[in-house]
Design a protein around this ligand. Sequence first.
Ligand SMILES: *Cc1c(COP(=O)(O)O)cnc(C)c1O
Length: 392
Amino acid sequence: MSDLMSDHDLSHILTHLGEERERGYDAVVPPIVQSGNFTYPTVAAMRAVVGKEFDRPLYTRGFNPTVAILRKKVAALEHAEDALVFSSGSAAIAAAVIAFTKAGDHIVCVHKPYSWTKKLLIELLSRFGVEHTFVDGTDAENYRKAIRPNTTFFILESPNSLTFELQDIAAVAAIAKGHGILTLCDNSFNSPLFQNPIDLGVDMVAHSATKYLNGHSDVVAGVLAGTHAHMRQVMAKEFMTLGACPSPHDTWLLMRGLRTLPLRMDRSADNAEKVARFLEAHPKVKRVHWPGLDSHPHHALAKKQMRRVAGLMSIELDAPDVAAVERFCDNLRTFLIAVSWGGYESLQWPICALQGPSGYYADLPFNMIRLYVGLEDPQMLITDLEQALARI
Ligand SMILES: *Cc1c(COP(=O)(O)O)cnc(C)c1O
C-alpha cells in the first residue's frame, strides 16, 4: 500500500495527481480556468511573476492552471520530470527540435517518420541552414554511421508511421549519449502505457495528444516530456515565441479522455490483435504490418521494449490495380475513410488517396492501406473486412 498515492501509480495519476480540489470549489472535476490573463493585488506581486511563466500564471500562452494539471499527469505518465502541452503534436515536435538546433547543425531522423516531421526537416529547417539525414532505423548502427562532426540531434519514432518498423530505442539512445547528441522519440503510437522511451535512455518524448491521449477524435493537441532543464529551455525559447499553446477547454477535454486511457488502450490492442490475425490468414491480404504478429520482423524487439502493441497497422492487399483497392475501401462500412487515429472509431487511410504530385508517399506501394482499429465489437469489424475483401 506504500505507493497508494504515489506519482507512479497509474490510477492515482489519472484520477488525482495535480488536482488541488480544495482550490477548485471542492469540485470533483477540475475547473476550466477559461481566462486569458491573471491579476495581482499589487505591482510588487506582478513583478514577482514576470519571467516565471514556466510555473506561475501571468498570461495563458505561458501558464494556465488547467493546463498545469495536465502537465503534471503527462510528466508522471512518461516518467519525466516535467511536460509541456501544445496546440498540436506537430507543434510539440517542432518546438522540441528547434529549441536545441542552430544554423549549421545536423539532425539524424528515422526514415518514413510522420509526414510533418519529415517536412519540418526538409522544408522548414533546411531554409535555416540545418542539415538532416534520414536513416533506416531498424539497425541502430545506421544512426551511428550517419553522425557527422555537427550532428546534435536524433529523432526516433518507434514504430514509425505507416510501415511500423521499430528502432532499438535503448541502443540508439546509447549511441547518442556517447556523442553528446540529444534524442527525441515520438511515442504517439504507443501512448505512455505501452512504451516509455525515457526509461530506455531517450531525453525527450513527444505525443500527438490528438490520438490516444485524448481518444475521442474531438481535440487537436500535443505534449512534450523531459527533464526540468530541457522543458525550461523549450518554454523560454520556442514555446513562448512560436506560441502554439493549447486552449484551457481543449486541455480539460483531454483530461477527460485521459481518465479512460487504460481501458481504451487495452480494448484497441485486443481488437487489433484479432483483426491482424484474421487479415494475416486471409488469401487476399499479402502482408500485415503490425509488430504484435510473430511474423513481423521486429516482433522480438517489440516484446522487449513495448508492453503491448496498439491498434494501428498497415495491410497490403492482393489487388491488381488502384481500382481494386478502391473497391475494397469503398465497400468497407465500419472503417471510416479518414486521416488521424486513436479515437473510439475504426478508420482506414488508403495510401493511393495521397499518392499525387507531392511525391511524399511515392515510396509506398499503391495497395497499402493503414487501418486503425477502434473500440467497437471486433466481430463486427472482421465481418465487414471479410465482405469487402470478397469484392476486390
Ligand atoms: C498525428 C501524428 C503527429 C502530429 O500530431 P498533430 O496533433 O496532428 O499535430 C505526430 N506524430 C505521429 C506519429 C502522429 O500520428
